[in-house]
Design a protein around this ligand. Structure first.
Ligand code: ZN
Length: 100
């Protein structure tokens, strides 16, 4: 699903509020970083990196269109993840970019 970056955090907050928190952290899967997606809007390569918030998921985003791409399962992994590290880890949001 395609989510405008400006709506991303609000959407997660909204889903969290209506979702029972299981508190089960998901293990990161490095293989997910190997995927290459094209932005459905501008057809350039999307930037694949770990999402800095809870859930240990990999998301793709397009810095041209300010869009995040993630599938429904990934979104729910963020929603179901424990809340506590949300603020602390957000500073690493662009950390994966340095490797390139
Ligand atoms: Zn784009």
């Amino acid at each position: 699903m395609l989510i405008p970056m400006g709506n991303f955090l609000a959407l997660i907050e909204e889903l969290k509020a209506s979702h029972t928190n299981h508190g089960v952290p998901h293990s990161p899967n490095p293989k997910e970083l190997d995927r290459h997606l094209l932005c459905p809007q501008c057809h350039h390569n999307m930037d694949t990196h770990y999402y800095g918030g809870p859930g240990n998921i990999v998301i793709d985003d397009c810095s041209r269109c300010f869009l995040n791409w993630l599938d429904h399962g990934e979104l729910m992994r963020i929603v179901e993840a424990p809340d506590r590290s949300y603020g602390e880890e957000y500073g690493d949001y662009h950390g994966a970019d340095r490797e390139r």
